[in-house]
Design a protein around this ligand. Sequence first.
Ligand SMILES: [Zn+2]
Length: 91
Amino acid sequence: MSEALAVVTPVAAASRAVLRRIEPGNMAVCSHCGQPVKFAAKLHKMQVIANVYVDGRWNRVEHFHDECYGEALSPYGDPTEQAARATRVSS
Ligand SMILES: [Zn+2]
């Protein structure tokens, strides 16, 4: 195996997405459908927040409705769930 084929990809410089609960007062607009990503008290809706890197540098944050991110075919990879390691609640 040639070393020339090994591409070094800095992990920190790659776009990535996380899945988060939508908080009250959230003002984000979905990058896919253009609608506000609104908090709904009883629905426990989730949003996808993506940190977008361009040419290895952080460029912007994009928000998506959970379902819109799927419709957009996960442009920034599969969203990872945050806060899973900080608090572990067994129900
Ligand atoms: Zn949307």
